[in-house]
Design a protein around this ligand. Structure first.
Ligand SMILES: Nc1nc2c([nH]c(=O)n2[C@@H]2O[C@H](COP(=O)(O)OP(=O)(O)OP(=O)(O)O)[C@@H](O)[C@H]2O)c(=O)[nH]1
Length: 136
C-alpha cells in the first residue's frame, strides 16, 4: 500500500494536521492530509486529488516537494508513506473529511496523538523546514 501525504506549510511555519473521523481506522489520531494511491495513479496526482477531496483546496503537482518517507506496518500490511511539503495552494482548507483541522509548529506535533508511522517523520520534517526547504 502506498500512501501520499502533505505537510501544508503556512507562511508562519505552522503545518496543517487533520483529525481522523470516528469509525475509521486510527480514528481520533492527527495526521497529514492525504490517502492511498490508486492503482495506476501517479503519487503527485493522487495527493492533489486527496487534498481537493479532503480540504477543498487546489494544489499544482509542481508545488508538491518530496520530503521524506516512512516504511512501516499498517494493520498487518506494509505501508510506504510518502510525505511531501507544500507551501502554495488555492483556496482555504476546510475539514471536509476530518473531524477537525489544526495548524501546529513542528515542535508542537508531539502534543497531538499521531499514527505511529508519522512519529519519526516529525524531527526530519522540522530539520528540513529549517534547512533545505527554508527558502523554498
Ligand atoms: N493521510 C494520512 N494517512 C496516514 C498517515 N499516517 C498513517 O499511518 N496513515 C495511514 O495511511 C492510510 C491512509 O488511508 P486512508 O484511509 O486515509 O486513505 P483514503 O483517503 O484513500 O481513504 P479510503 O481508503 O477510506 O478511501 C490509513 O491507514 C492511515 O491511518 C498520515 O499522516 N496521513
Amino acid at each position: 500500500m502506498t500512501v501520499v501525504a502533505a505537510a501544508l506549510v503556512r507562511g508562519d511555519g505552522c503545518i496543517l494536521l487533520q483529525q481522523r473521523a470516528p469509525g475509521r481506522a486510527m480514528a481520533g489520531l492527527w495526521e497529514f492530509p492525504g490517502g492511498k494511491v490508486e492503482p495506476g495513479e501517479r503519487p503527485e496526482a493522487a495527493l492533489a486529488r486527496e487534498l481537493h477531496e479532503e480540504l477543498g483546496i487546489g494544489v499544482g503537482e509542481g508545488d508538491l516537494i518530496a520530503a521524506t518517507f516512512a516504511s512501516a506496518d499498517n494493520a498487518g500490511r506494509h505501508m510506504l508513506l510518502l510525505l511531501y511539503v507544500c507551501r502554495k495552494w488555492q483556496g482555504t482548507p476546510a475539514a471536509l473529511d476530518a473531524t477537525a483541522l489544526s495548524w501546529v509548529l513542528p515542535g508542537e506535533m508531539h502534543d497531538l496523538p499521531m499514527p505511529p508511522a508519522d512519529i519519526p517523520l516529525i524531527p526530519i520534517l522540522d530539520a528540513l523546514l529549517r534547512t533545505a526547504f527554508s527558502a523554498a
